[in-house]
Design a binder for this molecule. Structure first.
Ligand SMILES: [Zn+2]
Length: 470
């Protein structure tokens, strides 16, 4: 039933694509600066015969590749952005950043993007061979980290009309995302006060740093009066300087509010806004606000998820060598005990017994078949899921217990375990997409479920109209 052409293509070209993932890992370009990475992807798609459009959604590092014609429109999402502060030498077992490099692929997007890219190319190959009708889209999506690139792309209408959208994320376990993912937004609060000599003329000064501190105190009291599942995080991004003898004229704090749904995020944010205003009033300063990113919750689709599960059962499990288990073990030794327990607790939350969860997480590499487990983070794929039916999964690419956004992820980004994950993910995406290309009724069923979900959970874009990517 499954397309042999897809498997053949991937087996034949996997080495070439893995080299691309190494190039992306080396570049490690951060949000909205992924010029070279995006160009590598776009050029490769052009060479493969895709019609490429650069700078889509008014973002220079976003692009699309299109092949085929007519319905269904099948979209595959790829990311390639890195993170600041997560530079790390490959295959090292203690923190050792690369000299002269600050950024690193600490979320595995070098694997994510290239697996998606290879899937699009393999799918095109199979479509050509099989005389199938339909259009394959590859969307190059920048700034997933801290920039919510896809949210801006959604706002510009980039994904409109897609019938099926597929996305994945490298992880330390293999899961199919049934629902969930926090909605969240990020907002800067900048306070403007008045500088003065802190001892000679304190009465003339108005401290912006005092305002930030009072705002944080207020928000910490607010925490008790928000829904239990909501979270508030903040980072002081400008503390006003290094001199205690100057009253700080400028200070800034970045807030992130997370909650299961965007309406809850926005209502909590309104209360944080008021706390900021109160802090400004108390200190005689002025405050201005600026939203920088916004991520909706994920609406997943059981029709797509069931196809993903069937394909996964066909492709998985992956075989690992003794050396690979030992390699992974060395990373496990760099985590505290809680890391693996915390992964097990994700299974338990889904109703899996503690003892079975302990078995699942007992080896240094997750080797079991997929489980339906929530993706415990936020992603801008959530915004896409409110526009079109989305299937999302995670796949083992790292040692058990490895947390995203750590040097351990950067370090493992080019390992043979990551390579095997990349290849398997690529097959899963392409074979899933192929099933929908072959079955119009299945596409309709996914659409029907999507329309029903959207009625109960309509899309709220958390980004004000006058805000653009930064
Ligand atoms: Zn990520």
């Amino acid at each position: 039933m499954f397309s042999y052409e897809i498997i053949d293509y991937i087996e034949k070209y996997k080495k070439k694509f893995f080299d691309v993932s190494k190039d992306i890992w080396d570049l490690a370009e951060c949000r909205y600066e992924e010029y070279k990475s995006a160009e590598i992807f776009a050029n490769l798609l052009e060479d493969e015969g895709f019609e490429v459009e650069r700078g889509i959604g008014k973002i220079p590092t976003a692009f699309s590749g299109k092949f085929g014609e007519g319905k269904p429109y099948i979209a595959i999402l790829g990311e390639y952005d890195a993170l600041e502060g997560l530079s790390q030498k490959r295959d090292t077992f203690c923190y050792s950043p690369l000299e002269g490099k600050n950024s690193g692929h600490g979320c595995g997007h070098n694997i994510l993007g290239v697996a998606a890219l290879m899937a699009a190319c393999a799918l095109k190959y199979a479509v050509e061979k099989g005389d199938l009708k339909g259009t394959i889209y590859f969307f190059g999506c920048p700034a997933e980290e801290n920039g919510s690139g896809k949210t801006f792309m959604v706002r510009e209408g980039v994904f409109g009309g897609m019938d099926i959208v597929l996305a994945w994320h490298p992880e330390c376990i293999t899961t199919i995302t049934p629902s969930g993912c926090y909605a969240h937004n990020g907002k800067y609060y900048s306070f403007k006060g008045k500088a003065s000599h802190a001892a000679a003329a304190p009465e003339l000064g108005r401290s912006a740093l005092d305002a930030v501190e009072l705002m944080n105190v207020g928000s910490n009291f607010l925490r008790e009066h928000i829904p239990t599942e909501a979270k508030i995080h903040y980072a002081i991004t400008n503390a006003g300087g290094m001199s205690p003898n100057i009253v700080q004229e400028n200070a800034e704090v970045l807030y992130t509010v997370r909650a299961p749904k965007m309406d809850m995020v926005l209502s909590i944010t309104e209360r944080v806004d008021n706390i900021a205003k109160g802090a400004a009033l108390m200190t005689g300063t002025e405050v201005s606000e600026r939203t920088v990113n916004s991520y909706a919750d994920i609406i997943t689709n059981s029709v797509i998820n069931n196809v993903i599960e069937n394909v996964m059962n066909y492709i998985l499990p992956i075989d690992y060598t003794e050396d690979e288990f030992l390699y992974a073990e060395k990373f496990c030794n760099t985590f505290d005990d809680m890391a693996i327990k915390s992964v097990a607790s994700r299974f338990v939350k889904e109703g899996i017994s503690q003892s079975e969860a302990d078995i699942l997480t007992s080896k240094s590499i997750y080797t079991d078949l997929p489980k339906f487990v929530h993706f415990n983070a936020s992603t801008d794929a959530g915004d896409v899921s409110h526009i079109a039916p989305l299937g999302h999964f995670t796949l083992t690419c790292f040692a058990m217990g490895t947390a995203l956004h750590t040097w351990q992820i950067t370090s493992q980004g080019l390992s043979s375990i990551a390579f095997k994950g990349l290849v398997a993910a690529s097959k899963i995406i392409a074979l899933t997409a192929f099933e929908f290309l072959c079955d119009e009724k299945l596409v309709e069923k996914a659409r029907e479920e999507f329309e029903n979900s959207i009625k109960e959970n309509p899309y709220i874009c958390g980004i004000p109209e006058n805000v653009f990517p930064v």
